[in-house]
Design a protein. Structure first.
Length: 186
């Protein structure tokens, strides 16, 4: 999962020093909160056939594989604090090779770590993975000549390409086409 920068909620420019020092921990907390809340929402909506797999490496563009009621989703996770100015994310095109791949951009409260809303880039379960566009990402650091090489397997996707889903229930519905009750649940 990729996390953007967040500030401690003070005046603009006040950066929480723990942000960089503990970014891996924060990333895992958000991932665990996400998985726990999604599994709880699925449970509350009657889904009992659920499997979860985690990728050891992000070579194929996904962080999680979730299967629910016969629908398998390969998911790339992104996150930003609510109010972040981040306007785009990088997505590995390997995810497009998966039948029902999607990207979920998790918004979170930097103080409480409460998650939501969620930004969704995916299709319904009966549709193929959407295109992530043609904008090729570049390395953030230049080589010895200052040239920032292209990253041919990474696409830059704008926030405006994502659909805002206000609740975990709405996200579960988008992921697994659950009954309408899922959209009302947490």
């Amino acid at each position: 999962m990729d996390t953007s920068d967040w500030r401690n909620g003070g005046s603009p420019g006040d950066v929480d020093p723990a942000f960089s020092a503990s970014s891996s921990l924060r990333e895992k907390i958000i991932e665990h909160l996400f998985v726990g809340e999604l599994l709880r929402t699925l449970w509350r909506n009657g889904a009992r056939q659920v499997e979860l797999l985690r990728a050891e490496v992000d070579a194929s563009g996904y962080d999680l594989v979730l299967e629910c009621n016969g629908i398998t989703r390969h998911i790339q996770l992104k996150s930003s604090y609510r109010g972040a100015k981040t306007s785009r994310v990088n997505i590995n095109i390997g995810l497009q090779q998966k039948a029902r791949g999607c990207a979920i951009w998790i918004m979170f409260d930097p103080r409480t770590m409460e998650i939501g809303p969620f930004l969704w880039l995916g299709n319904s379960p009966d549709q193929p993975t959407p295109s992530f566009g043609d904008r090729v990402a570049r390395h953030t650091k230049g080589n010895r000549f200052g040239t920032k090489s292209e990253r041919p397997n990474i696409r830059v996707v704008s926030k405006s390409d994502f659909k805002v889903l206000s609740s975990m229930g709405n996200l579960a519905l988008a992921l697994f086409d659950l009954s309408e009750n899922a959209a009302q649940d947490g």
